[in-house]
Design a binder for this molecule. Structure first.
Ligand code: ZN
Length: 299
């Protein structure tokens, strides 16, 4: 993949909290905010062709075990916000891939929509999940879906890819009903895995332009009219295993990592996840897990 990190217009204020007290970040190409701790790369023309490639999707549909795994992840993701959701409503997932979360909501009588850049993912998802309304696009209107009236807007591992955070916040505000729920999951810059693995942290890839921590996420949401109702981190073996692998293979941060894992890697991850459980619980207790989860209501 071509590197796309040439700066085009470096911002003079923090994209998360608008502070003008900027500094450098521990990784050379990033800037950091002294006030909220947000870390970001200069805005770029982003190359999203990797998400449009067929092999990005193939692994999700390769086997029954893989499909069951995706369904399990979707159920876990919804369980985390179940207490904050109405019994039914209208939902939209941005970056829905093969649509397991959309399908899970549709099965609960939600009017559930999902958009993704990958035509292959949308086609595979539509074939397997007949109740999910899936289409290619970056937002509801370019997919031909209703522009607004959503009770839930989900974006999992999407926000860190976006060059323009303000545009995303604006879309979320206009798509959601008042008191509607925005639900995001993304890498946690304040994680112990990031601190320990340094430049080998697998989330340091050219396509990740924004790195949020619990504090910068809260500031960004607050500045954009959202009130955080739940925030947590999740300890995960993936970053540790991926980081150690990068270290052993001396892979640097210019290599893309949003790549599918093979079946053997999934088995290794499953074992690491079980063995490392006490450690991951400790990470979660101190908000230092590798994944940041947040649910916020539009004021
Ligand atoms: Zn800031």
């Amino acid at each position: 993949m071509a590197s796309t990190l040439d700066p085009i217009a470096p911002p003079r204020t923090c994209p998360a909290c608008s502070s003008d007290r900027l500094g450098s970040a521990p990784i050379a190409r990033f800037r950091g905010c002294v006030d909220c701790g947000h870390v970001w790369a200069p805005p770029t023309e982003v190359d999203n062709t990797m998400f449009e490639a067929e092999d990005y999707v193939e692994w999700r549909t390769a086997s029954g075990a893989q499909q069951r795994r995706q369904a399990r992840i979707a159920a876990d993701r919804l369980r985390w916000v179940a207490g904050s959701l109405p019994a039914s409503g209208r939902s939209l997932e941005l970056g829905c891939s093969t649509g397991e979360v959309v399908q899970a909501l549709a099965e609960r009588s939600w009017e559930a929509y999902g958009v993704d850049l990958s035509a292959a993912a949308v086609a595979a998802g539509a074939a397997r999940h007949p109740r999910a309304r899936l289409a290619v696009g970056t937002g509801p209107t370019d997919a031909g879906f209703p522009a607004d009236g959503y009770d839930l807007l989900c974006a999992f591992h999407v926000v860190e890819h976006l060059p323009d955070l303000d545009a995303f916040a604006g879309l979320a505000r206009s798509a959601l009903v008042p008191r509607g729920l925005l639900y995001l999951r993304l890498p946690n810059w304040d994680s112990w895995s990031r601190r320990a693995l340094g430049s080998h942290w697998p989330d340091l890839v050219p396509e990740h332009l924004h790195h949020f921590s619990p504090s910068s996420m809260t500031r960004w949401l607050d500045a954009n009219g959202f009130e955080v109702v739940r925030l947590a981190t999740r300890g995960d073996a993936r970053e540790w295993v991926g980081g150690l692998r990068r270290r052993l293979t001396r892979t640097d941060t210019s290599a893309g990592a949003c790549r599918p894992l093979g079946p053997r890697a999934h088995v290794a991850l499953g074992v690491s996840q079980r063995v490392g459980r006490p450690w991951f619980r400790l990470e979660e207790r101190y908000d230092r897990g590798s994944e940041l989860l947040v649910a916020a209501r539009l004021r």
